[in-house]
Design a protein around this ligand. Sequence first.
Ligand code: SF4
Ligand code: SF4
Length: 156
Amino acid sequence: MTDPIKRTGLARRFWEHKPLDRMTRQEWEALCDGCGKCCLNKLEDEDSGEVALTRVACRLLDDTTCRCAQYDIRHQFVPECIVLRPDNLDSHAYWMPATCAYRLLWEGKPLYGWHPLISGTAQSVHDAGVSVQGWTVPEFEVPEEEWEDYVIEEPT
Ligand code: SF4
Ligand code: SF4
């Protein structure tokens, strides 16, 4: 599979010595492993703050590639889609997937060996079984009141 994210020309293991808020735009974007898990709908318990992941995906997610089908113009269709940045990571990290590179680095943890920046190929994310490839349900097929029936454990 061709990597849709440009990861060439970057300093070797830049994420190990460069703080998130000092990264260039390309370095920041290259941290995304392409798992697609942040595009799954979540249910948040208002009292406990607990977040449950469902396999009901955002209407724009293509679960073959695990990419957003309209990334550049996605806000025209999904205005609430979050643009993750170093200055808003503090408020979003809690709901990000446990294996998400942004969350891992925010928590001071290393990236996994299957991350494309380490493995050198985008396919390793799917081979490791941590992506959403092939098992989501589009949100237009499931009414929101039934999402509870689609709660899953995060694949890690
Ligand atoms: S969960 Fe993180 S690593 Fe995975 S697609 Fe979303 S932003 Fe990228
Ligand atoms: S709009 Fe695109 S990037 Fe945002 S959640 Fe949906 S599929 Fe993911």
